[in-house]
Design a protein around this ligand. Structure first.
Ligand SMILES: C[S@@+](CC[C@H](N)C(=O)[O-])C[C@H]1O[C@@H](n2cnc3c(N)ncnc32)[C@H](O)[C@@H]1O
Ligand code: SF4
Ligand code: SF4
Length: 367
């Protein structure tokens, strides 16, 4: 499962300025917490029908249970997790779900708590529950980034990738996102698009939609597959057709909107080779806590937790454990990657690793 982030230059330089990251990578050790921790807070989803979704795709044969859907992270447990993550000087907490975070009854308090704890704060959302009032609140709280999963450039494609979504929801989403631009202190707006054979010829329209909604960045990612949605993956011909269409996009338009199209095309052309040639930095900068307690080191190792948080096992203990350290070493060294037991061939963090590799090139030489 991907975490949809762009590691823009400013974040990279923050990492570089903090000597603990480069030194940690150099000596295969951790001198600080992850730069970003993603926290799952909810399983329920208001759309519950995105065709690519690991949990809610209508193509999934095994339906999820009512008990699973009801699982949430309660506010008290959330606060203690945030406190422990802050202790090891993590910079950012990103709120996500195996469902939709804006359905959590305490979402605004949670975001405020992160900001009061002096950390950066991001939410990954389908955006369809945003309202005038919520947008005002988000700007007031000082949320740093909102990642809106659009997965389309036009209304008709949006309804194809979210077949059960209510009427006019795309149009309402557009109207609401534009409202962010009236706030001086607004969050960074990132649009993310998971690309399947339904929307692969809409890359330019996705860029246009981002520009129209005054988004700051746009992120593209080939879908992660599982057996039931294999039919949604692009074949080689479609990949080339898509790359051709990207090459024809006006350069000025490309410059107008921060994007990861270079990394995206590199991944599409030969993802196995692209991943193989790039060291993995995720063990030093990222972690995810799913189902309130399972610590997974990246979204490609989603079914393979490094540890389980409990009364006598804090996040810090797991982060500093031998098992986590072995993961870091294995995935940095591409040849030992299979030992980590992750889905590296379809790495969901390729863009981030590629960007970090440029930044930390000097470490690779010293190592
Ligand atoms: C599972 S959703 C949860 C958060 C929220 N409901 C949302 O849609 O943003 C997290 C992210 O996974 C993306 N996603 C869904 N199915 C995917 C797939 N098969 N491969 C890659 N990303 C996928 C979504 O577009 C979204 O950006
Ligand atoms: S909105 Fe998010 S959680 Fe809900 S179905 Fe779509 S991808 Fe899955
Ligand atoms: S290379 Fe493998 S371990 Fe590293 S982020 Fe990608 S999937 Fe995870």
């Amino acid at each position: 499962m991907p975490f949809l982030n762009l590691y823009p230059k400013e974040i990279g330089f923050n990492m570089l300025k903090n000597f603990r990251y480069p030194l940690g990578i150099l000596f295969s050790n951790t001198l600080i917490g992850p730069y970003e921790v993603q926290l799952d807070i909810i399983h329920k989803c208001n759309l519950a029908s995105c065709v690519t979704c690991w949990f809610y795709s209508p193509y999934r044969k095994k339906k999820i249970s009512k008990k699973w859907v009801e699982q949430t992270l309660d506010f008290e447990s959330f606060k203690s997790l945030v406190d422990s993550i802050k202790k090891i000087r993590t910079t950012q907490i990103s709120i996500i779900g195996e469902g939709e975070p804006f359905l959590h009854k305490n979402i605004m308090e949670m975001l405020s708590y992160i900001k009061e704890s002096k950390m950066k704060c991001k939410v990954i959302t389908n955006g369809t529950l945003l309202t005038d009032k919520k947008i005002h609140e988000l700007a007031n709280i000082g949320v740093d980034e909102i990642n809106i999963s659009i997965n389309a450039g036009t209304a008709s494609t949006f309804y194809k990738v979210n077949p059960k979504s209510p009427k006019r929801i795309f149009e309402k989403l557009r109207e609401n996102i534009i409202l962010f631009s009236q706030y001086e202190n607004r969050p960074i707006i990132t649009f993310s698009n998971v690309i399947s054979n339904i929307n692969y010829l809409e890359i330019e329209k996705m860029l246009d939609f981002g520009i129209e909604c005054k988004a700051d960045r746009i992120y593209f990612k080939i879908l992660d597959t599982f057996s039931e949605i294999e039919k949604l993956t692009l074949n080689d011909e479609q990949k080339m057709e898509m790359i051709d269409s990207i090459m024809k996009i006006d350069k000025f338009k490309m410059k107008n909107m921060k994007n990861n199209l270079n990394e995206f095309m590199q991944f599409c052309l030969n993802h196995e080779k692209a991943v193989e040639e790039t060291p993995c930095y995720m063990g030093y900068v990222f972690s995810r806590i799913k189902d309130s307690k399972y610590v997974v080191p990246c979204c490609g190792c989603y079914t393979n937790p490094i540890g389980k948080i409990s009364n006598n096992k804090s996040f810090e203990k797991i982060w500093k454990s031998k098992k986590y350290s072995a993961f870091r070493k294995n995935v940095f060294n591409q040849k030992r990657r299979e030992k980590a037991g992750c889905e590296c061939h379809q790495c969901p963090h390729f863009t981030e690793n590629k960007k970090l590799d440029k930044l930390f090139k000097f470490i690779k030489i010293l190592k």
